[in-house]
Ligand binder design. Structure first.
Ligand code: SF4
Length: 264
């Protein structure tokens, strides 16, 4: 298969997963992203290969946005979170944490999962019911969608560190409150400090506002490359919101492509 056709196949598969637009081929016929047209093999070797006009263009980077640089731990810190030397050590601290009222209703803490050398860190809001039951982040329908989104940018879920702003489930899936976020966020900040990712993908308003220390709405925070301690932060919708509003799939796809471009 030629490079062009391989590109077309990959792009159309991504579009099928994420609900994107049709692609215009060189013969000016729109090709809808379904699996039959992706294959192309029935057209035979003599048929001209499709030229994708939109898909293989690099996504332009949006302008710089906010920058948040909270103080980290130092050599003389006595706080055990600042002293934690590994993700496992942080998970242990989280497992016994009672710093906020969210400890009262949890079945499991959900510290996050993924490799310590992940190039991408995905941050959501907080664990839901299935996450609380399993102790794992982003499982259930929203998690499945996140897995597909990551696969579409050729980053298998296993190579990404996935976590939330708060590590225990808020009752009835309500938004975490300010004091709960303030109590929990040192765990996340230390996780990021240890991983040193190339990019952070903030999914949803709570993740974006916390990482950027702002009250700006998610819509205003999208389409910028922000910085958290110098690390680029791309803001997009939470997968659970995409399940409620499929119209946000296309903008989410645009956002994750920007995040992908920032990863070496
Ligand atoms: S949400 Fe965070 S701060 Fe609150 S009890 Fe759980 S781990 Fe501790």
């Amino acid at each position: 298969m030629s490079d062009g056709r391989a590109l077309a196949r990959a792009f159309l598969e991504q579009q099928r997963l994420l609900g994107g637009d049709a692609v215009i081929l060189s013969d000016s016929r729109p090709l809808l992203p379904d699996s039959r047209t992706v294959g192309q093999s029935e057209r035979g070797p003599s048929h001209p290969s499709p030229t994708v006009r939109q898909s293989d263009r690099p996504t332009p980077l949006p302008p710089p946005g906010l920058s948040f640089d909270p103080p980290g731990g130092d050599l003389f810190a006595t706080d055990p979170v600042a002293q934690a030397r590994s993700l496992a050590a942080i998970a242990e601290l989280v497992a016994s944490c009672v710093k906020c009222r969210l400890c009262e209703g949890r079945a499991h803490t959900v510290p996050g999962e993924g490799p310590a050398d992940a190039r991408l860190v995905v941050v959501g809001e907080g664990p839901g019911r299935v996450e609380d039951e399993t102790g794992r982040p982003f499982v259930g329908p929203a998690g499945e969608l996140l897995t597909k989104i990551l696969a579409a940018i050729e980053l298998p879920r296993e190579r990404v560190f996935i976590c939330n702003i708060v590590k225990c489930r808020p009752p009835e899936n309500r938004q975490p409150q300010y004091d709960e976020i303030a109590a929990c966020v040192p765990y996340l900040f230390r996780q990021i400090e240890l991983i040193k990712p190339q990019v952070i993908l903030a999914m949803g308003g709570t993740a974006a506002q916390t990482l950027l220390n702002t009250k700006q709405a998610l819509g205003a925070l999208r389409n910028h490359v922000h910085r958290f301690r110098g690390i680029p932060v791309v803001v997009t919708y939470h997968p659970a919101a995409l399940l409620r509003n499929p119209n946000w799939k296309k903008p989410t796809w645009d956002d994750v492509r920007i995040a992908r471009r920032l990863i070496a």
